[in-house]
Design a protein around this ligand. Structure first.
Ligand code: CA
Length: 217
């Protein structure tokens, strides 16, 4: 497993590299955001560990640029303890998971392994979440093994959620994703689609995060 570490603090980087190497990972390090961005954009890594406070380019900007360019690389962000807003920003910018500082190496190893496992699972056509199974290739959905009829737009919304399990999705992102330019983009219709998915797949399937958006977890 080939890991990109973007961390400017030498001591933290040294600890992570030592721990991950011991766990069998091959680690390459960038000590600033610009180099980290370039390495992640050009090389094939299995995952990246990304600090948020970085010289030359902030971690969040690195992440946003990767995602904007379609880089699906799984990303674990490092955040300072207690800053929940950093976590929310990071997850919204496309991070897959986060670790708060101070951290323990075994936690990083465990989360990286889970992340890589989860991400490689996405390569198959079947996405499973609890009682719901989505066959992305065939566009079919089952609940407890029974077929569920979804409209094209409901399917599209479900697919979007199921690729972002545990992440808060702002309403604006859903509007952006569901409507093409020439359709009317009314954010209140998002609530209509969310409630239809809840009716068809169970009320617990999507959580409303007041003031922030929606989450499937
Ligand atoms: Ca830093």
């Amino acid at each position: 497993m080939h890991i990109l570490l973007v961390e400017d603090d030498d001591e933290i980087a040294r600890r992570i590299i030592a721990g991950l190497t011991l766990a069998g990972f091959a680690v390459e390090r960038a000590d600033n955001g610009a180099d980290g961005y370039a390495m992640g954009a050009s090389d094939d890594f299995d995952a990246a560990i990304l600090d948020l406070g970085l010289p030359e380019m902030e971690g969040l900007d690195v992440l946003r640029r990767w995602r904007r360019e379609g880089r699906a690389l799984p990303v674990l962000i490092l955040t300072a303890r207690g800053t929940w807003s950093e976590k929310v920003d990071g997850l919204n910018a496309g991070a897959d998971d986060y670790i708060s500082k101070p951290f323990h190496i075994p936690e990083i190893v465990a989360r990286l392994k889970a992340l890589i496992r989860r991400t490689s699972g996405h390569a198959s056509a079947l996405l499973t979440h609890g009682r719901v199974v989505l066959d992305t290739a065939a566009g079919r959905v089952t609940l407890d093994g029974e077929p569920v009829e979804l409209t094209a737009r409901e399917l599209r919304m479900l697919n979007y959620f199921m690729h972002r399990i545990g992440r808060i999705i702002p309403q604006a992102d859903l509007v952006e994703h569901l409507y093409t330019i020439d359709e009317s983009r009314e954010s209140n219709t998002i609530e209509v689609y969310v409630s239809r998915l809840r009716r068809k797949l169970g009320a617990e399937v999507i959580t409303t995060v007041r003031g922030l958006g929606y989450r499937m977890d």
